[in-house]
Ligand binder design. Structure first.
Ligand SMILES: [Zn+2]
Ligand SMILES: [Zn+2]
Length: 340
């Protein structure tokens, strides 16, 4: 089968590898869709955000969906033909983090696409407990987007206690930020979406954002303050991962508010006294979702008639992986998806 590797220095290699065999408790998934994510670019450039030195040696892709082709010994809940999305963290299964459903917080975890073979290939083997059942009404592309993109932002909104009375700001309107707009709107919040790129702001408005702003415009803070009648946001999510976005999110949030950093960033400078301590503000990191949240995520998407395929602006054949990563890197796409 064909599989995509990112050994670094913007090299994209499509290699022929054997179709893997599921071991005990594992399933073989025939991949139908697999999304490219901003974090994949850390592999593309050769400084992986997950897995350190060990990363970049396995098949890429941590946001796949597909149909189960076969099952290993002892698999009880899934059978060939079942449609699934795949949870990216492969944990030990028995530590407290795993038992709580946070496989990605397991000490011994492996991450699909970084330190375990991922979904940018025709087939993928994962433990049964990583399979997330999807309804017939959900397309494979939507299912792939429902995990790391929508699921992560849905979970971040829950951690921030977003509800119908909230005014939430979302910085950075790539696929994560766009998912954040959709998730927060599904929870009834009022959403301010911020990005320097006009076409991304336009897209966020189409997805339901109540106000869009260019955070680099001289009057951005003034307009944001006016929108909240001077009170500031209840909550903010930074998906930009850049210091200006992170700081503006902290500055724009009202006392006792909550801010989540979701966009990857290796270091930043903030002003804890003004931004956190004197406002009694809560700042959290949010990375992925608890595996138990997926049923709820599917319910919200189904009941709210949320079409995640809208986020998939570009679809690629695996043979065109080089083009796919280049366009994604150049921010010419929202979600880019390999379809099989
Ligand atoms: Zn991702
Ligand atoms: Zn564990």
């Amino acid at each position: 089968m064909k599989a995509v590797f990112l050994p670094g220095d913007k090299r994209v290699e499509i290699r022929a590898v054997d179709v893997p065999t599921p071991g005990p408790g594992e399933v073989l998934v025939e991949v139908k869709a697999s999304c490219i994510c901003r974090s994949d670019l850390s592999l593309y450039y050769g400084n992986a955000v997950v897995g350190g030195e060990g990363a970049g040696k396995c098949i890429t892709g941590h946001e796949p969906s597909g149909v189960i082709a076969s099952t290993g010994v002892g698999v009880k809940r899934f059978k060939a033909g079942d449609r699934v999305a795949v949870y990216l963290g492969v944990g030990c299964g028995v530590c407290s983090a795993c038992r709580m459903g946070n496989f990605f917080l397991c000490r011994d975890w492996r991450c699909l696409g970084f330190t375990a073979d991922g979904g940018n290939a025709e087939y993928l083997v994962v433990p049964e407990r990583n399979c997330l059942r999807i309804p017939d009404s959900m397309s494979y592309v939507a299912a792939a987007i429902s995990t790391d993109a929508f699921g992560t932002l849905y979970s971040a909104c829950k951690k921030l206690q977003i509800n119908g009375a909230s005014i939430l700001g979302v910085w950075g309107l790539g696929p994560m930020g766009s998912s954040g707009v959709l998730a927060a709107k599904a929870m009834g919040a009022c959403v301010v979406a911020l990005d320097p790129m006009a076409e991304r702001r336009q897209f966020a408005a189409e997805l339901g954002a109540d106000l869009t702003l260019d955070p680099t415009a001289p009057d951005a803070r003034e307009r944001l303050d006016a929108f909240t009648r001077g009170a500031g946001l209840h909550a903010a999510i930074d998906c930009s991962g850049n210091s200006a976005g992170q700081n503006m999110a902290l500055d724009s949030t009202r006392p006792l508010g909550r801010v989540a950093f979701v966009g990857e960033s290796r270091e930043t400078t903030i002003r804890p006294s003004d931004q956190l301590i004197r406002k009694e503000l809560t700042l959290i990191g949010s990375w992925y979702f608890n595996v138990s949240e997926y049923e709820e995520i599917v319910d919200v998407l189904t009941r709210g008639n949320i079409d995640l395929e809208r986020l998939a602006t570009h679809r690629f054949h695996i043979d065109d992986a080089e083009t796919a990563f280049r366009l994604f890197d150049e921010r010419k796409t929202e979600k880019a998806v390999f379809v099989f």
